[in-house]
Design a protein around this ligand. Structure first.
Ligand SMILES: [Zn+2]
Length: 357
């Protein structure tokens, strides 16, 4: 099935007119900002700092050193087609960005609407596991976010644990749910210990996605599955600069072909891959494009609180969310087609480890 999906993939060709950017050849003036060695970026990263930080890096998927300019300031590997943010070259910064976005200052949104949306999404994810023939056992979620998925999985009968690099987030989810969350690298957890490993919107945050997938594969028991969701770089909305999956803390953007290739490189056999077109994606992409929001550009010196959205008056949220839901209903035919063609805004995949670690 994956083969059919990948063959069906018709990504826009690499831009022929743009000179390929070979990082190792970039001149000094290409680097408008250089982070002094040993200095951690605290509290904010001005937009202009999103320039090339290193000129020696290679594609994290295929190792190729050549990149071509892609849309909205992103780069695309000329060999495998993986789309990356230039900052993918700096693992320390990757970790710092994630700590800034999802660490101490991160407060998951708690409004009725967001909890409602989350419960639908979690039901959908758990339904995928059920269809893959997994309904119980030891489940590990990598990157725990609000902790709502872990709670839903526990309620569905799984024995749940989490793993997160943010100490404050791990502590908060454990305090709130009673579910153990390891504050550790995934690779530090016991091998062959889990029936399910979930990575929901995590892989796009890391500079070594194949390494993380491999660590996930190695944590699986025989017959165990990896359930993964990432933004779909091949989504139709991804042509709009306001697509809400473009974010300063996203370092790589997968489509079906590059995700399939990453799994293969990590020793995973894809059992099923599909796309989901979320009801809010068109509404957000069009509205944000109309008002000129480019979420890859992080406001300087502002600790952005991911997940909190605008500072709502309590009443203002309701018409906004109702408009979002209405747009979701009206765009249903489009969403059904794009979802079926693998062009929805979210890629979802179930895979099994191909070899014993
Ligand atoms: Zn590549």
């Amino acid at each position: 099935m994956l083969g059919a999906l990948v063959r069906d993939q018709e990504e826009s060709p690499l831009p022929q007119n743009d000179p390929a950017i070979r990082w190792e050849r970039a001149s000094a003036q290409d680097c408008s900002w250089e982070r002094p060695a040993g200095v951690r970026v605290e509290g904010g990263l001005p937009t202009e700092d999103r320039q090339v930080l290193d000129v020696t890096s290679r594609c994290p998927l295929c190792g190729n050193p050549g990149f071509a300019a892609y849309r909205f300031g992103l780069l695309r590997c000329t060999e495998c087609g993986l789309v990356v943010d230039r900052r993918v070259v700096d693992p320390d910064l990757d970790r710092q960005l994630n700590e800034d976005a999802f660490g101490e200052g991160y407060e998951p949104e708690t409004s009725f609407w967001v909890r409602w949306f989350d419960s639908w999404k979690n039901r959908r994810y758990l339904g995928n596991l059920l269809r893959a023939g997994v309904q119980k056992g030891r489940l590990l979620e990598v990157g725990v976010g609000s902790g709502r998925f872990l709670s839903a999985a526990r309620a569905a009968g799984f024995e749940t644990e989490g793993c997160d690099l943010s100490e404050s987030l791990a502590r908060r989810v454990t305090e709130k749910t009673g579910i153990p969350v390891h504050c550790a690298e995934l690779a530090a957890l016991p091998a062959r210990a889990f029936d399910v490993v979930c990575m929901h919107h995590v892989l796009e945050h890391v500079s070594d996605p194949v390494g993380l997938l491999r660590a996930g594969a190695e944590r699986l028991r025989g017959g165990g599955v990896l359930h993964l969701a990432v933004p779909n770089g091949g989504a139709w909305e991804a042509h709009l600069p306001g697509w809400n999956c473009y974010a300063y803390y996203h370092l790589v953007y997968f489509d079906r072909a590059t995700l399939g290739r990453a799994c293969q490189a990590a020793g995973l056999a894809v059992q099923w891959m599909g796309s989901h077109a979320s009801f809010s994606s068109w509404f957000l992409a069009l509205a944000r494009t109309a008002v000129g929001i480019r979420s890859m550009e992080r406001p300087p010196a502002v600790r952005l609180r991911v997940g909190r959205g605008p500072n709502w008056g309590r009443l203002a949220e309701h018409p906004y969310r109702m408009a979002m839901v209405t747009a979701g209903v009206l765009t249903w035919p489009v969403r059904a087609v794009q979802s079926r063609r693998g062009r929805g805004d979210e890629l979802i995949m179930i895979a099994r480890a191909t070899s014993s670690p």
